[in-house]
Each structure stands twice: as C-alpha cells, then as structure tokens.
Design a protein around this ligand. Structure first.
Ligand SMILES: *Cc1c(COP(=O)(O)O)cnc(C)c1O
Length: 379
C-alpha cells in the first residue's frame, strides 16, 4: 500500500515523453522558434478536429480566452453580464476586466452548474447583454440544451467557460462543439496541460474567430495596422509544441482519469451510508473527462473528521471551491446584484474532492478508500 496519495501528481509522464519534448525544445531553441509558426498552427488544427469546431484560436491562458471571447461578442463598458456564483474567480474577473458589470446567478446543487430557474429569471428581469456559464468538474449542466436555447431566444450571447471540460462529451459530441463560443485553459493541472500557461477559444463562427484572433495580436490588420484595441495574448511556440506532444497521449490520459472516476463512483457509493460521504455524478447525457472527483459531506463536524483522517494518513484532498464569487472581497466594488438563493454556498460548504489525476494506480485508489472507510470508527 502506498504511504501517501497526492491530490494531484503531474509527474506521471508517459515513458519517453519528457525526452521527446526536450529534443523538440532544443531544436526550437536553436532555431529561435518562439512565437507563432508551425507548432501553433498545427496545434490549432489538431484542437479543432479534436473538439469538433471549425475554429480554434490559441492564446496566452484561460482567463484571456474568456476576455477575448467577451470582447469578440461585443461586451464592453457598462454591459451587464451574468456569471455563475460558483466557479473559479477568473470567470468573474473576465467580466470585470472587459469593463462589464457582473450579476451572479446561483448554482444548482445537483450538478454544480448554473441554476436554470435562476438563469431564466435573471435573463427576464436583468436583461443582460451576455451570460457566462462554467462547466465545472469535468461535466456540464443537466440543462445545457435548455440554457443554450433560452439564451438564443432571449438574444443573449452565451460564453461557455470550458477550462475544466477538455475531452468531456455531451450527447455523444465534444461539449465545446455545441457552444456559440467557448474557452479552455491549458494550465498544467488541467486535463490538457501545458508546460506553463496557455489557453484557447473555440467557435464555429468564422467572424467571431477572426475578431478573437485580431484581439490576441494587438488588433492587427497588417503588421503595423491596428483595427482595434487588443493586447498581446499569443500562445508561445514552446507551449504549442508541448501541447502537440501531449495531444498524442490525451486519449490515454482521459481514459485513465475516467477509470479512476468510475472507481470512486462505485466505492464511495457503497461507503456512503456509513460515513455520510456522498458522491456527485455527471448528469445523464455526459461522458465526463475525469477532471476531478466531487464528494459532499453535509454535516460540518463529520466533514472535519473525514478531512482530519485523510490528512493524518497523507491522502491529498481539496475543496473546489471553498467560497462563492459574490462573497469574495474583490467582488464588492463590482457586483451589481445576485440572483437566486444560496445553493452555491451550500456546495462550497460541503464539497470534498478526492485525489484524481492520470495514471493513478489501483493501489492508490484502494488506499484512499481504506482511509475513508476507517473514518467510521471515529464517529
Ligand atoms: C483554470 C480556470 C480558469 C482560468 O484559466 P487560466 O489558464 O489559469 O487563466 C478559468 N475558469 C475556470 C473554470 C478554470 O478552472
């Protein structure tokens, strides 16, 4: 049995992976191949094929991908944008950074996505110009079709933050394929991770793609012709080369993640009545990417007991996320309003994430379960 199980271990590369990347890097360094070029172009093409969209625009990180998307769909100073109350802070930040005014919308405790009911009421009462949703944990909302449809009907652009759903399938197609515009992050801990920061925007709309591309590169129309105020959010060629190599293994990595996710589904469910730990499942229609495990412990004292036991046995765990957007100190000067109740707060208070990363061993998974099972003796 392993002595400890980390929450995440990024060092489990496939045999030969680091060597082949090093060789590539060394070649690129000698040729000073740093920005743009063949590696970036081939990555974008590969990504478009993989996620089933017509256009991929690579960029510097997932936060920029959101800002680029918001700018490309015409969001700017004074526009009201709906943001889920539970997501990573970057989703909220992106709205503020493009000059918009965020309104938070409560989350659905059954899947972690935006509450459809509250979204509907926000669309009708607030009349925002855009809405952002975030596909957290490796799947999307049970109501994704309805969310996309109502936004279309109401004439509100929907931007989908897909930083956590690379490889996720919805109704048998990659989740990004059905979005008007969606984003991802290649932060190293994400499902497709770079050797640093990188991100991308996906869309089937050629016009939007062109706007995003222009914004990533100083609004350029020619080398010294600038048709818009953009910024520099180009992906560097070394990141693209690393991601191109990683794409060769992405299916194996996701398959491994899915296996571990399924292991937890089976074993935590069996243990659940004994220790008060419930597991969240991807809604039907989804093939999750195994990005992370999501458990709930509703009783705060029991949560502390379980966490203390994991800690003392060197089992990594996390709380994704411990707090909602509307309560962050940084939100105070920007938030216009919150729509809905405190579903997001209740997720934040009870969520517990168990270790999940590619190539976890069976022994590690068993060890996590053994430690969890030993909790019951203490209550
Ligand atoms: C990681 C993440 C981001 C930000 O991506 P970066 O590449 O770190 O800028 C945005 N939204 C969500 C939901 C994320 O998980």
């Amino acid at each position: 049995m392993p002595e400890s199980v980390p929450f995440i271990d990024l060092k489990r590369h496939e045999p030969g992976f680091v060597e082949s990347v090093s060789e590539k890097f060394s070649h690129m360094l000698k040729n000073t191949q740093f920005v743009g070029g063949q590696e970036v172009a081939s990555l974008e093409e590969k990504l478009s094929n993989y996620v089933g969209v017509d256009h991929t625009v690579s960029c510097a990180n997932g936060t920029d991908a959101l800002q680029l998307s918001l700018r490309a769909v015409g969001i700017g100073a004074g526009d009201v944008v709906l943001v889920p109350n539970m997501t990573f802070w970057a989703t909220f930040e992106a709205a503020v950074n493009v000059g918009a005014t965020p309104v938070t919308v409560d989350s659905d405790i059954s899947d972690g996505g935006i509450s459809y009911h509250d979204l509907e009421s926000a669309l009708k009462t607030i009349r925002p110009k855009a809405a952002i949703i975030a596909h957290l944990y490796g799947w999307g909302s049970a109501c994704l079709d309805d969310i996309r449809a109502i936004c279309k009907r109401e004439g509100v652009v929907l931007v989908e933050d897909g930083a956590q759903c690379f490889g996720t399938r919805f109704n048998s197609a990659p989740i990004y394929a059905g979005a008007t515009i969606s984003t991802t992050s290649f932060y190293p801990a994400k499902v497709l991770g770079a050797a640093g920061d990188a991100g991308a925007v996906f869309t089937n709309d050629a016009n939007l793609a062109e706007k995003v591309r222009q914004l990533t590169n100083h609004g350029r129309t020619t080398h010294y012709g600038h048709g818009a105020i953009g910024w520099n959010s180009r992906m560097d060629a070394l990141q693209a080369a690393y991601l191109n190599h990683s794409m060769e293994f992405i299916d194996a990595r996701i398959e491994s993640r899915r296996k571990s996710a399924a292991f937890y589904q089976q074993h935590v469910t069996a243990l659940s009545p004994k220790i008060g730990l419930e597991i969240m499942q991807a809604p039907s229609g989804y093939d999750e990417n195994g990005y992370c495990n999501v458990c709930f412990v509703r009783d705060p004292a029991q949560k502390q007991t379980i966490e203390a036991n994991l800690r003392s046995n060197n089992i990594g765990f996390a709380n994704i996320y411990p707090g909602v957007m509307s309560q962050q100190p940084g939100a105070k000067d920007h938030l216009l309003k919150h729509i809905g109740g405190d579903g997001a707060e209740s997720i934040c208070a009870s969520v517990l994430n168990l270790p999940l990363f590619p190539y976890m061993t069976e022994a590690e998974l068993m060890r996590v379960m053994d430690v969890l099972a030993s909790t019951q003796e203490k209550v």
